[in-house]
Structures are given as C-alpha cells and as structure tokens.
Design a binder for this molecule. Structure first.
Ligand code: GAL
Length: 857
C-alpha cells in the first residue's frame, strides 16, 4: 500500500534513475508510555523558545532564533538512550494511544469521546545511521505527518524542535544533532483536557519519515505546479521550484523537469515524457534558497475532473537537480492535475468550464474504531462508500487531514474543501487553538497550503469554521490575513469559511471570496426562512454554498413511533428518541435546533438555484459529539454512514438525489414488530423514481408520486401485520426499482462476509468483516443484539470491533461485541511480511457460527 523505505525511482529519459533523496518510514519499533500527570518537569511554556524556530519556513515576520546554551529536557531520563523502557508498550505507528480505551476516562466528556486522550505521552526509538548519512554535505530531516499534540522532539538528548497544532504536518532538521551509528529519538506529546469539541485522538497518529538528502536539494513542499490556461489542445503548465542550499558554499545547479502521466493505481510515472521544461541553471549561495520558474505547453492534456462526467487524470512532474561535479544531487516528484476551477455567483462551481453541483459531505479525521491512527485502506473505504452514494466533494472538517487522504481524493476525483481551524483568537473550549493563535496561525495556515497546493482535488481553502470572532471587526482582519496567505502560497483557489452567525453586512463577509453558510441557508430548525437570498443580493458575483448542512441525527435501524408528519423536526418531540436507550429514530427527519432534515435542505437548495451545492454534516459518524446525548454516549449520531461503516437509511435518500441514474427504492422501517400488530406503523420509501406503489402482504396500499425536490414517499397510515411489504418504484411510467422487507423469525445463525478477501501483507492493509445475525431463511433479524465472539487464525489480527451503536461502552479492541440492529464489524489487519490464509470466525451462544477466509500476500 505505502511505499516504505524505497529510494525514489523514476522513469527518466527512458532509463531508470535513482534519486539521491531517500525517504524511509520510521513507523516500526517504538516504545510508548502515557502519563496522566506530568512525569517530567517539562511544559510547552518551558520549551517554547526552542520550538518556535520550527515554524521559520512559514512565517514572513522576523525569524525565531534558537536560544543559545543547553536546551531544556536533556536531563529528563526519557530522552536518554540509557533509560530502561522495556516496561513500556511496544508500538508501531500510526498509533493513537487513546483508542483502546477504556471508555469513561476520568475528566473526558462524551463530546470528546470518553477516551483517555489527555495526558503526556512519550515515544522512544533508536535509529541507525551510516557514516555516509552524516558526513558534511548531507542533510537529515524528520517529517511528522501529524502528532497529537504539542510535540517536542529530542535527538541524542538535545531538543531539536516541535510543533504544537496536532493536525498539521511538520519537518525538523536533525542534521546538527545526528551521528554515525545508533541515534536516539524521543518525542513528548501533551494533550490538555478540554482541548477539543470532539475526539482528537492522541499520539504519533500519522506516518513518520526520515528524509536523507544532499545539503543542496529541493525544499520541503518546494514545488508549485499550476495550469493557468487549459484547452483540449493545450495546457500551459507553470512550474516554480525552491532550491535550498544548506551547505556553506555557493553551488551552481541545473534543473530539468519532465512531465509524465501518472498511473493512479501504482502512483508511478508511466509512458514517455509528455513535456519537458527548459533546463534552468542558477547559483545558490550557501545557507539560502532560490526560486526557479518555468513554463511549458502540454499538448492534448488529459484533464482532471470529478466523475461521473469527468475523469481524474493525473500527471507527475519529475524534477532533477544536478551540479557539474556531482551529477544528480536531488530528484523530486510533484503530482498534479490539469484542470481549471471557476467560481460563479449564479452558475456555481465550474470544473473545466462545466458546472458541477457540489454533492459534498463533511468528515472528521478519525476512522471509527481505529481512532485517529491513519490507515490508507480505512480512509479509502470511507471514500468508496461515499462515492457509491454519489458524493463528489469532501470538507476536511475542521482541520488538516493526513496527506494520503488528498492522494486518495486526487485519485478518485473527489473535490476537497481543505480546512484549517475550528477556532481563531476566541476559544470554543478552554484549551483550544486560541492559546496558540498569536504565534502559530500564520505557520499553520501557510504550511498547510504549501503542502497541498499541487493536489487537483483541492478546490477551495476554508480558513475556519464557525469562529466566535466571525462577526467582529477583528474577525475580518484575521480572515483577510488568512485568505492573503492562501493567495500568496497558492493563488489559484478561492477561500471560504463556515459562517453560522455572520450576515451579509458583517465585515468578514465582504472579505471572503466564497460565501460558506452553515445551516442558515436552509433556515435553522423549524424556520424555513433562508438567508441565501439576502447573501446573493448583497454579493451577486460571489459563489455561495452550504458549507455545512443537515446535521440529521439517527441510530441505524432504530424506528420509533409516532413519526412526525412534518418534513423536518427538532429532536426531542414525540417519537423522535428513546431517552432510556439514547437512540434517535431512523426515519431520518430529526435534528438539533440549528439543523435540518435532508428533505428540507434539498428543497431549499432547489429554491435557490444559484447555490453551488452543499457539504452534509456528516458523511460518516465520528467519535465524540454524540448530540443529543452529549454526556451519555461516545460517538456521533450525525453520520449518513455509522461508525462501523454500515449504511443508515439516509444513505439511499442522498443516493436517490445525487445519482438519479441509479434505480433506488429503499423501504423503511424493517417489518419485524411482534408488539405492533394492529398499530399504525408508517412506511417510507426513498426513491430516485417519480412514483411508487406499496404492497402490504400482496395488497396495494396505493400509488404515490414524488413532488419536486422530494425523494421520499410516505404511507403514514399503514397498520402493521406480519408478513412482507414490497415497493415498486416507477420512472416515466416504466418500472424502475423494487425493495422488500419481510418479517424475520428468531435469530438462528451468523453470516460472515469480508469487504475484501485478498489483502496485502504489508502490515497495514485491512479487511472489514461484517457479521449479520440471520434467521433460518437468511433474513437479517433487525433488532438482534446477540453477543458475538471473534477469533482469528493465520497471519492476521483483529484490530478492533464495532457495531455502529454510539452508546456501546465496550472498548474497541474487544473480540466480543454485541450486534446492533442485527450487524457487527470486525477489522482484520495483515501481519507484515507473512502470507497465507487468515481465517476469521464468529460465534454466538445458541446460533450457528460462521467464518470467512482472507488471503494475505
Ligand atoms: C456545527 C459545527 C460542527 C458540528 C455540528 C453539529 O455547528 O460546525 O463542528 O459541531 O455543528 O451539528
């Protein structure tokens, strides 16, 4: 899956050239310990003067100077190689120290997921370096894709630097502290309590890399590729390369860059050179950086664009840096796409000139029971299901994602709103980002834009979400500063923010390039008064979108009665929730006071056709923020897909609207109600058809037509009798789709299936195993909650189990899990380097067990 420890190898002029640059994974073989109270005398305040210089590449004000003298921490035993850490946990990265639980961590609210993310964590590892790596003229960097949070790093007992914002990536220069032979790396992280509105995760939760290069090399995020003009015949490709010379003498370098097509599946250059920039030469003085610019014409470009109407083609620019004496000194790959983006006040978003309606979702960064620990396959699975639903856009709410998520978005053609902050200068929680604001916001914004600017999937920058400062004059100044940073680093995308309170007359509104409205566009709660028209009148040329919509809440497979007759209803009313169990009805009509049902959002979007689309809150459930049970439960109810990855009914409501070509007919509720015989049990159908007929035990309950903007048909007066309900949907008078629900018998057996039965043995790849509790005839028992035990044999392990129930307080690694609404999930991971059959078995008292075999190799 990931290419670890490989030299960069590229097709170059027909031959294969090896880059002197090496990028090695440092994920394996760490020792870790967490402390609930501070185990050392250290704090960010004490280390800050040594950490701030880590941001120097991303600030325009005066650079920070590293204080002279011995930096703090050298006397702490954990930074010393002699410390005996044999009692500490052996861990591999990405690692989220809190995800194993248990739930109910002292001092951690339901909003934060009840998991022990707080405290201090230390990670320790020995790395071996050759004398070649540390000789004069060589450079060593540590690249950390994300560390939660307040990271500080020691090499061989010396504090190197760090980065406090847990979502951002950062690089530290190890060169001055490295030596030949064994080197000792120690990393301290600290998460204050009350530092997040959701579950942030904890630890070294993304990839960590060691970069070896020559002292003269292409800088971190040192290329920028843009395509200022694009036609079917030709694209102009502009290239900008920053060459960094860390040696103490001036160097003359030559730069050649060639463009190849990128094979999305392998991530490699394929075929012959498609274009070649003129070779450039420059002298770079020791200790400085120089920028080289060039332009080339690419003929018959294959454009990048979102499916289904466009194709996400990609290119890679391979830049080779050489000096007369030493030949090739660096080679650097920049993946990019050829495309144009337009933002129109009336037509909405234009990709390559074509209006593309934004069918987006917001997602948090966690990956369910895997926690914040990034995993490419788990993220890919999230995107695959969203694509199946018709999603074409993603908002990385409310922070920077793992870099690999953007690679996946490029590959699948998913458009991304890249977001940086949930808080500016004014806090939402006590230990929020406001504490870092003054010293870090420029570096965090600038480094993120620089990191991601070549991804064709990024279509907009979001500089913040529902910032308490959005309506103040100070907020407008901040907004302008952040937007200017995005312009300086990128210049090709517009910026936006999620505004929940600001109106068209607020100063920030005048600044923002795209108007992003959270909930106010469709009208909050019971109100149908939309603010779209006033915004559009005030800024007719600015694009407007629903940067956050819906926030519908539901518990998968749970249906409660009576059902509201309205199109949208604030949760809390009759039939919306079961307070004893903390479940919300899955008729998909209920939401908190600021929010709306999907049905209402669709109608309002269609009422104002200049709106460019929406980002639904949320695509997937996430850990924390379990509204409306913020204190009791541990994960959200907002997802269209639950935490385990099982589709809630809403999935088909969105699919019906977003993929009108797919014959969707989806019936709810289930039809196994032993205690409801003779009672009114409304039947709803989500359909992409324009008409449907419902049959109850073979008898028609009538044929109904959908209305404009509606994908839901309701038969609200159906009386329950056991048996079968069938719906037949029609489109333009022709039969279009069908669905059925049968009354299930009692639970008899477990049906075990894998999303993939062949996985890589790289130690990262996953198979997601679904267990359905079925009756004798194979019908899923809809309210089954049988306790299921999992076991595994062969070269794999069960990483976690889940069922999508936000109230389940059994820790995620448990191999016993109750089914929720008939389903449970086990996540199986391959063991690195071991091939063979992984057998996953599931058993439950009184039921026939099941198993599935997954091949790892
Ligand atoms: C929004 C907020 C999101 C999430 C959501 C829940 O106001 O931006 O982060 O909290 O509410 O409905």
């Amino acid at each position: 899956m990931l290419l670890f420890g490989l030299l960069f190898v590229a097709v170059f002029g027909g031959a294969v050239a090896e880059s002197p640059r090496e990028r090695t994974s440092l994920n394996a073989g760490w020792r870790f310990s967490r402390f609930t109270s501070n185990p050392d005398s250290l704090s960010y305040a004490a280390l800050k003067q040594w950490i701030l210089p880590s941001s120097n590449d991303f600030i325009t004000r005066e650079k920070y100077q590293r204080p002279s003298g011995t930096p703090p921490g050298s006397d702490v035993e954990y930074v010393q190689s002699s410390f005996d850490d044999s009692e500490w946990d052996p861990v591999n990265l990405p690692h989220d120290w809190a995800i194993k639980g248990p739930f109910g961590a002292p001092g951690v609210s339901g909003s934060e997921g009840k998991l022990p993310y707080n405290g201090v964590g230390w990670y320790r590892k020995t790395i071996a370096l050759e004398s070649e790596d540390v000789k004069s003229g060589k450079q060593l960097y540590l690249d950390i894709d994300g560390a939660m949070s307040y990271a500080s790093v020691w090499l061989n007992g010396i504090l190197v630097g760090g980065w406090p914002y847990g979502y951002n990536s950062f690089r530290l220069d190890l060169t001055p502290y490295a030596k030949s032979g064994k080197n000792f790396l120690a990393i301290r992280l600290e998460n204050a309590p009350n530092s997040s509105r959701w579950y942030p995760g904890a630890g070294l939760y993304r990839n960590v890399w060691l970069i070896k290069s020559n002292a003269i090399h292409i800088a971190q995020y040192g290329t920028k590729v843009t395509t200022p003009s694009v036609s079917a015949e030709q694209a102009t490709v502009d290239l900008n390369v920053i060459v960094e010379n860390n040696s103490n003498s001036s160097k003359k370098v030559d730069l050649i860059t060639e463009i190849y097509e990128l094979d999305a599946a392998t991530g490699k250059a394929v075929g012959s050179t498609k274009a070649r920039f003129d070779s450039l030469s420059i002298s770079v003085a020791g200790g400085t950086k120089q920028v080289l610019n060039s332009t080339v014409a690419l003929t018959n470009p294959k454009l990048w664009g979102p499916p289904p109407t466009q194709t996400p083609n990609q290119y890679v620019a391979i830049s080779t840096l050489s000096t007369g004496a030493n030949g090739t000194v660096d080679q650097y790959e920049t993946r990019f796409g050829v495309r144009t983006i337009g933002y129109d006040g009336t037509k909405g978003l234009l990709v390559n000139g074509e209006p593309v309606y934004v069918q987006g979702v917001c997602n948090h960064h966690d990956l369910g029971s895997l926690g914040a620990a990034f995993n490419v396959r788990a993220a890919e699975r999230q995107l695959e299901m969203l694509l199946e639903m018709g999603t074409n856009a993603l908002r990385t709410s409310h922070n920077m994602p793992a870099p690999e998520l953007l690679d996946l978005a490029d590959r699948y053609g998913i458009m991304v709103m890249g977001e940086t902050f949930d808080t500016w200068k004014t806090q939402k929680v006590v230990n929020d980002y406001h504490l870092l604001w003054d010293e870090w916001h420029e570096a965090d914004m600038r480094s993120y834009v620089r990191r991601e600017r070549n991804h064709p999937s990024i279509i907009a920058w979001s500089i913040g979400n529902e910032m308490p400062d959005q309506s103040s004059a100070a907020g407008a100044t901040i907004g302008k500063e952040l937007q200017d940073i995005a312009r300086q680093e990128d210049g090709t995308r517009q910026s936006t923010a999620g505004l929940n309170n600001a109106g068209p007359t607020t100063e920030l509104a005048k600044v923002l390039e795209i108007i992003g409205l959270n909930y106010q566009g469709e009208g909050k709660g019971n109100s149908w008064t939309s603010t779209y028209p006033t915004w559009h009148n005030a800024f007719p040329n600015k694009m407007i979108w629903g940067s956050e919509t819906a926030s519908t809440v539901s518990s998968r497979g749970t249906y409660l009665f009576p059902v509201t007759p309205n199109k949208t209803a604030i949760v809390g009313g009759a039939g919306s929730e079961d307070n004893a169990k903390q479940y919300v009805s899955s008729y998909e009509l209920y939401h908190p006071s600021w929010a709306a049902s999907p049905d209402k959002v669709f109608e309002q979007q269609d009422n104002f056709p200049y709106v460019a689309g929406e980002f639904v809150w949320t695509g997937w459930d996430y850990i924390g923020e379990p509204t409306p049970y913020d204190t009791q439960s541990r994960s959200s109810y907002f997802g269209i897909i639950d935490l385990a990855g099982f589709k809630k009914d809403r999935f088909w409501l969105y699919q019906a609207r977003w993929r009108p070509e797919v014959p969707v007919a989806h019936l709810l509720p289930h039809w196994t109600w032993p205690n409801r015989t003779g009672q009114v049990t409304p039947v709803h159908v989500f359909t992409s058809g324009d008409e449907a007929e419902l049959f109850i035990n073979g008898k028609s309950a009538g044929r109904k037509k959908t209305e404009k903007s509606s994908y839901r048909l309701r038969w609200d007066n159906v009386t329950y009798t056991p048996g079968e309900i069938i719906v037949v949907a029609y489109k333009n008078g022709e039969k279009w789709a069908e669905d059925a629900r049968k009354t299930a018998g009692s639970a008899a057996k477990l049906n075990v299936t894998a999303d993939r039965t062949t996985i890589s043995n790289d130690g990262y790849d996953l198979s997601f195993i679904t267990i359905a509790v079925q009756d004798e005839d194979g019908e899923v028992v809809p309210e089954a909650s049988n306790s299921i035990s999992f076991s595994v044999s062969g070269p794999g392990e069960i990483v976690s189990t889940d069922n999508g129930d936000p109230t389940d307080m059994v820790a995620f690694p448990s191999t016993t899990r109750k089914a929720f609404s008939g389903l449970a999930l086990a996540i199986v991971r391959s063991k690195p380097g071991s091939s063979g059959s992984i057998k996953v078995s599931a058993s439950s008292n009184g039921l026939t067990g099941g198993e599935v075999t997954v091949q790892a190799g």
